[in-house]
Write a protein that binds this ligand. Structure first.
Ligand SMILES: Cc1cc2nc3c(=O)[nH]c(=O)nc-3n(C[C@H](O)[C@H](O)[C@H](O)COP(=O)(O)O)c2cc1C
Length: 377
C-alpha cells in the first residue's frame, strides 16, 4: 500500500467511526419556504431531472469525491457507482494522486466507469499537486482512468495546513489553473472540501476561466476534525490541538452559495457541505445551485452495502420531491422562483456582505445576473 493509500484509509476509518462534522450549522436552518396547503400539483408528477456537464441526471444529486487508492476504497467506489448508475445520479472519485504515482492502484478508481458506463463521473486531483507541477499530462491520465466527464481540482488549504504530510504551498496556483483550463477540453471544477468559497475567490476563479465550482461549505465534514483524530492517533498532541482550534472554520454552505452566485452569476455550482436531507437539498437548489453534492452520509451507507445506500438516496429524492410539492414547484426551475425567507446568522452575514436579503428572497434565483446588475448600477 502506498503512503497516500494508507492516509486515505485513515480518513475513511475516522469518518466511519468518529464524530467529524462541524458544530456550526451550514445555514439551512435559517432558510424557510412558504408552505402551500393547496399546491395545485400531483406529487408523483414533480420533475427533478436536470442536465449537468452534458449528462442527464434523474435527480440533481452528485456523490462528492470520497475515495480510491486502496482495495477497501475500490469496494466503496463500486457500491457508490452501482447505485448512482441505477438511480441516474452522478459521482466523483477521490483524489487520484495515489494512482498517478502508483499505476497499479488505477483499478480502485476505474471500477466506477466499469460499473456505471453512462453515469456522470468526475475525476479528482489536488491543487497542491497542480502547484507542485501536475500539468495537462497528469490531468489527462486522471480523466482517462475513469473516462470522466469533468475533473475536479480540490482546494483544501486548511487540511494541507493541518495534515501530517501537508503541502500548504499555494503560491502560483491561479496562473497554473488558468493554463490548465485554457489547454484542456474537459470542464474543470474547482472544489472546496468543507470550508466554502467566498465572493472574492469566485470572482478570481471566474477570471481564470473557471465555469464550475463545488462550494463544499462549512457545516458538514470538518477536515480539521478528521486531521485532529489522525494527529492524536500518531501521538502528535500539538498538531491535534491546532486542528481542534480550526474545527469550525469556514463559510457556511448556504452563505457560500449566495456569495459565489452573486460574484459570478453564470458560474455553474454544485451546492454541498452538510447536506443531510432532501429539504437541505431543496434549499441549496432554491438558492441557485445547479445540483447538490454530499459525501459523509453516502460513505457511511456505502460501507453497509448497496441496499443501504440505495435506500438512503431514495429517501433524499423523496424528501426533495415532497418539499417541492409543498411549495407548489413542479420542477427545479420553478423551485428557484419561489419566495424564501432567510433569517438569523445567514441573513446577518449576507447583509454585512452588502446583499439586499429581502430582495434576494423574492427574486427569481434562476437569474442572479439581473439581481447583480440592479444592485451594482
Ligand atoms: C472520507 C472522505 C474522503 C474525502 N476525500 C476527498 C478527496 O479525495 N477529494 C475531494 O475533493 N474531496 C474529498 N472529500 C470531501 C468531500 O468530497 C466533500 O466535499 C466534503 O466531505 C463535504 O461534504 P459532506 O459534508 O457531505 O461530507 C472527502 C470526504 C470524505 C468524507
Amino acid at each position: 500500500m502506498s503512503n497516500i493509500g494508507g492516509r486515505k484509509l485513515d480518513h475513511i476509518e475516522i469518518c466511519l467511526s468518529r464524530f467529524v462534522e462541524a458544530r456550526v450549522s451550514p445555514g439551512f436552518n435559517d432558510i424557510y419556504f412558504i408552505h402551500s396547503c393547496i399546491p395545485e400539483l400531483n406529487l408523483d408528477e414533480i420533475d427533478i431531472s436536470t442536465m449537468f456537464l452534458g449528462k442527464r441526471l434523474e435527480a440533481p444529486f452528485i456523490i462528492s469525491g470520497i475515495t480510491g487508492g486502496h482495495e477497501k476504497s475500490r469496494q466503496i467506489n463500486k457500491v457508490i457507482a452501482e447505485v448512482v448508475g441505477e438511480l441516474g445520479l452522478g459521482m466523483g472519485v477521490g483524489s487520484q494522486r495515489a494512482a498517478i504515482e502508483c499505476p497499479s492502484l488505477e483499478y480502485t478508481y476505474s471500477v466506477v466507469r466499469e460499473v456505471a458506463p453512462s453515469a456522470l463521473i468526475i475525476a479528482n486531483i489536488g491543487a497542491s499537486q497542480v502547484v507542485k507541477g501536475y500539468g495537462i499530462k497528469e490531468i489527462m491520465r486522471a480523466i482517462k482512468m475513469v473516462d470522466a466527464d469533468a475533473i475536479a481540482i480540490h482546494v483544501n488549504p486548511l487540511q494541507e495546513s493541518l495534515q501530517l504530510e501537508g503541502e500548504a504551498q499555494w503560491k502560483g496556483f491561479l496562473s497554473k489553473l488558468s493554463d490548465i483550463v485554457s489547454n484542456l477540453e474537459v470542464p474543470v471544477i474547482v472544489k472546496e472540501v468543507g470550508c466554502g468559497i467566498s465572493m472574492e475567490d469566485a470572482r478570481l476563479l471566474w477570471d481564470s476561466g473557471i465555469r464550475y465550482v463545488d462550494i463544499a461549505g462549512l457545516g458538514g465534514t470538518s477536515w480539521a476534525a478528521v486531521e485532529m483524530y489522525r494527529a492524536e492517533k500518531h501521538g502528535l498532541e500539538d498538531l491535534a490541538a491546532v486542528a481542534r482550534t480550526f474545527w469550525d472554520w469556514g463559510i457556511p454552505s448556504a452563505v457560500s452559495l449566495v456569495e459565489v452566485k452573486l460574484a459570478a452569476p453564470e458560474l455553474k455550482v454544485i451546492g454541498s457541505g452538510g447536506v443531510r436531507s432532501g429539504i437541505d437539498a431543496a434549499k441549496l437548489l432554491s438558492l441557485g445551485a445547479d445540483v447538490v453534492g454530499l459525501a459523509l452520509p453516502v460513505l457511511r451507507e456505502a460501507a453497509k452495502g448497496r441496499r443501504a445506500l440505495k435506500k438512503y438516496l431514495e429517501r433524499l429524492i423523496k424528501e426533495l420531491k415532497i418539499a417541492m410539492f409543498l411549495i407548489g414547484a413542479a420542477n427545479l426551475g420553478e423551485l428557484r422562483k419561489k419566495q424564501i425567507i432567510i433569517t438569523g446568522k445567514t441573513r446577518e452575514w449576507l447583509e454585512i456582505r452588502g446583499v439586499n436579503v429581502k430582495k434576494l428572497c423574492k427574486i427569481d434565483r434562476n437569474m442572479y445576473e439581473v439581481y447583480y446588475h440592479e444592485e451594482n448600477t
